[in-house]
Design a protein around this ligand. Structure first.
Ligand code: ADP
Ligand code: MG
Length: 635
């Protein structure tokens, strides 16, 4: 029998041109780039320089462990060159470079999810191209000005170099780069500039872009002129090391763009030097707009950590998750340079810095809230729900956070009420901070449970973010006042005088007691209790939760999530003893006692209370037939 011998494929050096298809998402993105009509196409240069600077940073970090990588060429730099005759623009760096596989991975796929989000935005308006850096797709912006991009790169320490080329259609090629074509280390990106983008072949234009966009880059950027004379275009000193008064707002804006990928104005800038046990410089920004991935479950703090100007990592968690939107740099003077990224988690200096900087950010937010309500309103609108996560994640700083947070209430439609304001405006004899949780502020504001509070001029906080239900349950209180849900327990409002003059008239207590007994009997275990309410003025009934259990909003939320041991329990039905309908029903109960009619009325009242809560009635068919019976009678 003939045997076919399987021969192992010979390990041949890759020497031919390989052709690869772009990941489908990238192909779509490139199409958008190639046909772009963006007016701000110059952002491509900012993105390429940003990548070159990152590559230099990465090499400097790796060279801490392996000094050989940088031997003989220790001056990291970025060089831009324009060749008008050849119609090319070249961006070179002597940074970390890319291997064959890294090239295919980094320049053919998208690491961070988000292109979809980007393309949705990019389709809607012209200005959004500025966001490209935020989505981790800056490189592809080269195709806005070039129909042919080539990238030649040699990974530091590698003997091979490779050239990647693409015309922005579905494919790219990779082939070995030979001899003089390849840099000794790092990356050369050459863009064949399209005719409609020839402005980017003008030295003056290029120079202007670099000086406006890239002055903060800590590596020197040269513009190669004729006869090998290069002119350094930036100051190449790390922005945060400069003195506060030397940094312009534009420079902050550009640097913020570099660290966040979002080229809008930061809302808050924190720049200071800490001295004492640990010495470090902080340059952090609170953005003015939320990033697209603010609620991505993977999203963590992404601050940059430097040690004595050497970049260590871009995703050090130097702030807790609820401050993940704060972006920027912390540069330590006393951490060891050879600290590995893996060790950062347990490093005591990192812990101390994290603690101190977190406190500082919170105190700046508090200050902003006190001194510049308008600016703070913007920050709160963008990040309020995230900051509130801290109220249950960071017990240690809950009191600090209580001075930062803002709420909507029955007295204002905006989230502007601070707990301090709230406590300063308590009604006479009011001993608690009242709140109502729900998932829609408009609906919550209409809740019948609020009527008695409104009549007494008592402000009620409307907590409508999902996180609210969680923290408020475990919060002890603020300024000695406990938090109390208006939909749970007894309202105890009798000690607080009703404001408007037409107070509820006298109530026949014995009739109400009879009614309650009759209703309990009618409704059985559909309710936990029936009782007379002080929280109602206009509505006849409402539902509340028992004091001992969970607030109804959180109970519903947990039950929906399938939390074990939590199911929606029977509510307490509260009745309004001054309401005409309740009075009439009380008369009926007193004179006629129990009857089928009475049972129907009691059940309809309970159904109505559910409807007022925005909840379905328990038995729609029964509800309809009861209502029909009642309507037929009245007609
Ligand atoms: P981002 O910079 O946000 O990661 P980009 O699309 O700008 O996204 O770049 C994609 C990736 O390509 C980079 O993360 C990097 O790994 C690689 N890259 C781009 N330019 C260079 C360069 N000049 N040197 C080394 N790697 C680079
Ligand atoms: Mg980039």
């Amino acid at each position: 029998m003939a045997t076919t011998k399987k021969k192992a494929a010979p390990k041949k050096a890759r020497s031919k041109t390989e052709s690869h298809a772009f990941q489908a998402e990238v192909a779509k993105l490139l199409q958008l780039m190639v046909h772009s009509v963006y007016s701000e196409r110059e952002v491509f240069l900012r993105e390429l320089i940003s990548n070159a600077a990152d590559a230099c940073d990465k090499l400097r970090y790796e060279a801490l462990q392996s000094p050989d990588l940088i031997k003989g060429d220790g001056d990291l730099k970025i060089t831009i060159a324009v060749d008008k005759a050849a119609k090319t623009l070249t961006v070179s760096d002597n940074g970390i470079g890319m291997t064959h596989d890294e090239m295919i991975e980094n320049l053919g796929t998208i690491a961070r999810s988000g292109t979809q989000a980007f393309m949705e935005q990019a389709n809607t308006s012209d200005a959004d191209i500025n966001l490209i850096g935020q989505f981790g797709i800056g490189f592809y912006s080269a195709f806005m000005v070039s129909g042919n991009v080539s990238v030649t790169s040699r990974r530091a320490g590698s003997k091979d170099a490779w050239t990647w080329t693409s015309d922005g259609t579905g494919k790219f090629t990779v082939k070995p780069a030979k001899g003089d074509d390849a840099p000794a280390r790092g990356t050369v990106i050459t863009l064949k500039i399209r005719d409609d983008a020839s402005e980017f072949l003008e030295d003056g234009r290029v120079q202007h872009i670099i000086t406006t966009y890239s002055d903060h880059i800590a590596h020197p950027i040269y513009l190669a002129g004729e006869k090998d004379v290069s002119e350094q275009l930036n100051s190449a000193s790390a922005l945060w090391t400069r003195s506060k008064s030397d940094i312009t707002e534009d420079q902050h804006k550009e640097f913020f763009g570099h660290v966040s990928g979002s080229y809008s104005d930061p809302a808050l800038t924190l720049h200071y030097k800490a001295e004492g046990r640990n010495e470090y410089t902080v340059l952090l920004y609170v953005p003015s707009e939320p990033p697209f991935d603010l609620f991505d479950p993977e999203r963590r703090g992404r601050q940059k950590l430097y040690v004595r100007r050497v970049f260590i990592t871009g995703d050090a968690e130097l702030l807790p998750p609820y401050l993940r939107f704060v972006r920027g740099v912390i540069d330590s003077e006393d951490m060891p340079l050879n600290i590995s990224r893996e060790m950062l988690q347990d490093n005591p200096t990192v812990h101390q810095i994290r603690k101190a900087v977190t406190n500082r950010v919170l105190s700046e937010l508090k200050k902003c809230g006190e001194n510049d309500a308008e600016k703070f309103a913007g920050i709160w609108k963008a990040f309020g729900p995230v900051i509130k996560e801290g109220l249950y994640e960071d017990m240690e700083r809950r009191d600090q956070l209580f001075e930062v947070v803002r709420f909507r209430s029955t007295k204002t439609d905006e989230q502007t009420v601070s707990l301090k304001d709230y406590v300063a405006n308590l009604a006479e004899n009011q001993a608690a901070i009242y709140y109502l949780t729900g998932d829609d502020a408009e609906k919550a504001a209409q809740s019948p449970q609020l009527e008695g509070f409104k009549a007494r001029g008592i402000e009620v906080l409307l907590l409508t973010d999902p996180v609210d239900s969680f923290w408020v349950r475990t919060a002890m209180g603020f300024d000695g006042k406990p938090f109390k849900s208006v939909t749970q327990g007894t309202a105890d409002l009798d000690a607080i005088p009703v404001k408007d003059e037409d107070k509820p008239d006298d109530v026949d207590n014995s009739a109400v007691a009879t009614l309650i007994a009759a209703m309990k009997q009618s409704l059985g275990d559909k309710v936990k209790d029936v009782r007379s309410s002080s929280r109602l003025t206009d509505s006849p009934v409402c539902l509340v939760a028992d004091d001992a259990g969970l607030d109804r909003t959180i109970e519903k939320l947990l039950a929906k999530q399938g939390t074990t041991g939590v199911s929606v329990s029977a509510p307490v039905l509260e009745i309004n003893p001054s309401h005409a309908l309740i009075k009439a029903l009380a008369d009926k109960a007193k004179s006629a006692g129990a009857s089928a009619d009475f049972d129907d009325s009691a059940q309809l009242l309970l159904d109505q209370a559910y409807v007022l809560e925005g909840e379905p009635v328990a038995d729609p068919a029964g509800f309809a037939s009861r209502l029909t019976k009642l309507l037929s009678k009245s007609l």
